[in-house]
Design a protein around this ligand. Structure first.
Ligand code: ATP
Ligand code: MG
Length: 476
């Protein structure tokens, strides 16, 4: 996790920097927006930019956009200055951190941005085979394709391989091919030369060059468009890249890891993914089993997350009691480890005492949304709004859906397909969060990428999707 601090933070730079360092971040500092742009262009890289509200936050965000940098920005200022906070958020900052810096808040922001906590916790035999294979192939330079359902730990596995490799002291650079808009991805990967397009005022170093001497993770690679796949193939085959608008190929020394939650061979057969690229990447395939097929991991991870979130929230250590554990073991875990993690985080906050009981375990998606008021044949969009009020009650916490007797159960849904029910649940949840993708994905227990992919499918099918809202408008 690399943090770039821009500005003086009203004299609190060293305090903020120290907190971030203690949390394991690498911290760099520059006084001005120009300085920040120069640092980024040089390939110094940042996973998060923290900017003083005294500077022109809007200008910084525009400059990042113009030069195609996809990096989140948070603004910092003296706590009472509400106006500049609002202004910064309007300009596209993801968060506002009041000064003087609060250690817990900075830690939470760093955590949210980088999802830092990379220990691989597992002892289920179903996972042991994959882990052994990962350790075995880690020291080589072979490309690895890591597959598995959403939330099974693909990115964590990539970090694990890097840590165990000969490149462990080199950089680990991750590019989320699904989250970065298509027109920015090429610059993000390969960099660009000054003048390559309007807004390219200087040379910019891309992730391939940033990862030199280390590992490059191409996350959600199946989302990359075919044109870029061709360029990627050349980069992987020849270990050289071309910056956008560049005339000189640049040599790179990297190890490539890639992840996907799709069946890549099927994607290749359907012409959506280049077959030659698939075979290049798939020198080794590590397939992560879904959590529901790893019963021993459910128990171990549940206790691990209970401890982790007790500590993170400054609460007495809470452990999962037998009744709660039985519920966890019986759940389907569509969102896999990520869903389990969110469930335990909630459970820790909802419990009292040292044992987590079943009443604190809220399994989102365990109970279906209330039956639609409109007839089954109504168009999806109409149905979605008809069920909205009920869904809001269920998620608002007023109706603890899992604990009480489920009114009507799933009977009212019989006759509808799983895809339809899923679509309505997703759209209802999104309305409930006022269009905020990040919150909706958390509630649904799915990744933001999965959510975006689903929403894209719906709008491709002509179904209206609520516009992005709240703080994630800038990244949607
Ligand atoms: N074995 C594990 N031990 C500890 N934490 C884990 C484990 N597997 C996954 N996690 C945690 O679960 C969350 C999801 O993991 P990760 O992001 O690696 O999954 P993913 O497969 O890349 O998901 P997606 O397909 O949605 O991108 C992370 O917070 C990660 O730290
Ligand atoms: Mg991932």
């Amino acid at each position: 996790m690399r943090l770039l601090i821009v500005g003086t933070l009203e004299g609190y730079i060293s305090a903020a920097g120290k907190i971030a360092l203690q949390k394991g971040a690498k911290v760099a500092h520059t006084d001005s927006i120009d300085g920040a742009m120069t640092a980024l262009r040089s390939g110094q890289g940042a996973d998060l930019v923290m900017v003083d509200v005294k500077l022109d936050v809007g200008l910084l965000i525009e400059a990042l956009k113009a030069e195609r940098f996809a990096v989140p920005v948070v603004a910092c200022g003296v706590g009472t200055d509400a106006q500049s906070a609002v202004k910064a958020i309007r300009a596209g900052a993801k968060e506002y951190i009041p000064l003087p810096p609060d250690a817990a808040l900075i830690a939470a922001v760093l955590e949210a941005v980088a999802e830092e906590s990379h220990a691989m916790v597992s002892h289920d035999p179903a996972m042991a085979v994959t882990l052994r294979m990962a350790e075995q192939i880690a020291p080589s330079d072979a490309s690895v394709l890591i597959t598995g359902e959403s939330g099974t730990g693909k990115e964590l596995m990539a970090r694990f391989i890097h840590r165990k490799s000969r490149r462990a002291n080199g950089p680990f650079i991750s590019v989320n091919c699904a989250a970065i808009p298509e027109n920015l991805l090429e610059s993000e990967l390969f960099g660009h030369e000054k003048g390559a397009f309007t807004g390219a005022v200087s040379r910019r170093i891309g992730k391939f060059e940033e990862a030199n001497g280390g590992t490059l993770l191409l996350d959600e690679i199946s989302e990359m468009d075919l044109r870029l796949q061709a360029k990627l193939l050349r980069a992987i085959q020849e270990r050289v890249i071309d910056r956008v608008g560049g005339s000189q190929p640049v040599k790179v020394d990297i190890r490539i890891l890639a992840t996907s939650n799709r069946d890549m061979l099927a994607e290749a057969k359907a012409g959506k993914f280049r077959e030659d690229l698939y075979f290049r990447l798939n020198v080794v395939n590590l397939a992560l089993p879904p959590l529901r097929e790893r019963p021993q991991d459910i128990a171990l991870l549940a206790q691990h997350f209970a401890r982790k979130y007790s500590e993170a929230n400054g609460l007495p250590e809470r452990s999962v009691g037998p009744a709660a554990m039985a519920m966890l073991q019986a759940h389907y875990w569509r969102g896999n480890v990520r869903e389990l993690e969110n469930t335990l985080h909630r459970a820790v906050l909802l419990s009292r005492g040292t044992e987590i009981g079943p009443e604190a375990v809220l399994l989102t998606g365990a109970e279906p949304a209330p039956p639609p008021a409109a007839p089954t044949l109504a168009p999806a969009a109409a149905r979605a709004s008809a069920t909205y009020a009920g869904a809001a009650a269920a998620y608002g916490g007023a109706a603890p859906g899992h604990a009480g007797a489920p009114a009507g159960g799933t009977q009212a849904l019989v006759g509808r397909t799983v895809a339809e029910v899923e679509r309505d649940l997703i759209l209802d949840t999104l309305r409930h969060t006022l269009g905020n993708r990040t919150h909706a994905a958390n509630i649904l227990g799915i990744s933001i990428r999965t959510l975006r992919n689903k929403l894209k499918e719906y709008s491709d099918d002509g179904i209206p999707v609520p516009p992005a809202g709240g703080l994630d408008a800038a990244t949607a």
